[in-house]
Design a protein around this ligand. Sequence first.
Ligand SMILES: [Zn+2]
Length: 449
Amino acid sequence: MAELLYPRSPDGNYYDERETWSRDKMRSWQLERIQAQVAHAYQNSAFYRRKLDVAGVAPGDIKTLDDVRRLPFTTKDELKQDQHQNPLYGTVAAVRPEQAMRLHFTSGTTGRPVHVLDTQNDFLGFYRSYARGLYGMGIRPDDVVMCAFGYGPWIGFWSGFFAAQDVGCLMIPVGGMSTEQRIDIIETYGVTVLGCTPSYALHMAETAKKLGKDLSKSKIRITWHTGEPGAAIPSTRKKIEQAYGARVCDLPGLTEIAAWGFSCAHESGLDHVHEDYVYPEVLNTETGDPVGPGEEGELVFTSLYRQALPLLRYRTRDIVRVADRTCSCGRTLFSIEGGVVGRLDDMKKIRGVIVYPTQIEEAVRHYQEVEEFQVRIWRKDNLDEITVLIDTGTQVPPDSFQNLTRRMADELRKTLGIRVDVQAEEPGSLPRWDHKARRVKDERSEVPF
Ligand SMILES: [Zn+2]
């Protein structure tokens, strides 16, 4: 895997030359890497040897990129089951634990975590691609960076920390610190870049306000966000932009796969995908066929670099829209419109209508008065009901509540195409989130699907 250690030129517009490779060059790189990964998985992972044998595909059968479609899919449930039956790392692990350097857990909002081992080169690939994303956002060696997270077993901001270090930034570790202490660090040390979940960014801005401080007056010029789709949701992004007076960037990623994309400094509304680290397919959720530019489908990734967990055609459950335009930055990388549109796992059917929580968030965040919200889906007399609970902090006089909830209910009805009830809760009563926000509560005993 020495090819990951390519020379880079972090003084130009791009972090490395692969960002502007021609389509032919990229495709031949991808094919070569896929062939190597399939051979490696077949040889070293009993899980994949079994799967490929069942599918009747041998490593030598992958002669073109179209042949990738002959490979079987991999799902998160399979990984969970494999690791449950073969603790701790499952038969999927293609290296021995002693060959690995780091262990992380998946941080999804549902079920048991997957153990993810990484070799030294695996982790390097993870944070090197991440660093390309940060550089693309405009982060430079003279930046002072704070990754505001707990330094727990999740890879997201660990790799973000190493990535910003790779760019050459001054890093300030703030694990185990309170939000108040972190605000103090931002002011004292002139932090210019903040990395955290969108929920935590809003929570920290809210805390600062209560302390009589205004983070839009701090030196922070760029914030980047991962772990939740918020930075790709226009109204949430705007709210963070205003709170910090900064450019807000999206960095979608998956522990099992990579920090796979980023929105660049050109603010085109596109997310670029590190297709030289992870081979992307976007597939129609019903037919399984690849979708064209401008169309939506499930994002499926084949890892091109990870040795310990060489995932083939991994179903991310993320719905994305393939870009039908290019970005003015000149990158030739595969791109998607906006970030993740929604997660298949989060998709709700309410009175027969498909609803993604991201659509609700987009509508709710239009209202500056709303600090936090929660969505309750329940059933009354066999009919689905959806109630959005809002928490305004202390900014709204009680008699304005009614006007606010009415306007929001109206907007949500237009956005989602179904009637939505909006209720104002006691200020400060809804939970705040610093990691994966769980704002949707589906209380129905039988969920349609
Ligand atoms: Zn761009």
